[in-house]
Write a protein that binds this ligand. Structure first.
Ligand SMILES: [Zn+2]
Length: 219
């Protein structure tokens, strides 16, 4: 059984990477709403426009892998930007970035990069904020049993459970950062060496962002 609600089509952009997983998820509604047009990629935008006549464009946050396609898609379709369709509401969920939001319908939560389909989300220092991120996860914990449709990776069956897991994971990481500092680690580099030793080298910079954000939070 698909977890994607009826009337919603997933179009995955061809921008896979360790950070974007399989690529950016663009969620396209039969009513003409698009959540996250993704990168400014001609073939990707054409695939979105093949699903529906695009009327409304929404963005979960202003990172380029979600936002770049907005201007060209708008130019090609005359769609509005930021106007919610009936039956949808916006939930402010800062943390990954200061401007992160989720979109909530009766059958799903579109979580952007606040909850990914796999793994933990980066707190994008200096714009992101660990305290805000924890508070946003607490809001999302209330959506028990509701599918989470993320900005990257597979759909999750239970937004509430995913938020609880990420909240616990973040608190565990904070505990590890505290312990590393107690052992004498001072610079973000030293903390990453200890706490994120298991992270592959290509993702060290993302770990560095998150550690800087965690150090800010702990101070
Ligand atoms: Zn993203």
């Amino acid at each position: 059984m698909s977890l994607v609600p009826g009337g919603v089509t997933l179009i995955v952009a061809d921008n896979p990477s360790p950070m974007t997983l399989e690529g950016t998820n663009s969620w396209v509604f039969d009513d003409g709403t698009v959540i996250d047009p993704g990168p400014a990629d001609e073939a990707h935008l054409a695939a979105i426009m093949a699903v529906t006549r695009v009327r409304r464009i929404l963005v979960t946050h202003s990172h380029p892998d979600h936002l770049e396609g907005v201007a060209p898609l708008r130019a090609m379709t005359n769609a509005t930007v930021g106007e919610l369709p009936p039956g949808m509401r916006e939930l402010k969920t800062p943390g990954h970035t200061a401007d992160s939001v989720c979109f909530v319908t009766a059958s799903a939560v579109f979580t952007g990069d606040t909850i990914l389909g796999r793994g933990s989300s980066v707190v994008a220092w200096p714009d992101g904020d660990v305290g805000d991120y924890l508070a946003s996860l607490e809001k999302l914990m209330t959506f028990s049993g509701v599918p989470a449709l993320p900005g990257h990776g597979p759909t999750l069956p239970d937004c509430g459970a995913a938020a609880r897991w990420l909240h616990r994971h973040r608190l565990e990481r904070l505990e590890q950062v505290r312990a590393a500092m107690a052992q004498g680690a001072r610079s973000p580099e030293e903390v990453v060496e200890i706490v994120y030793a298991d992270v592959e080298p290509s993702l060290r910079w993302a770990a560095m962002w998150t550690v800087r954000a965690q150090l800010d939070y702990l101070r």
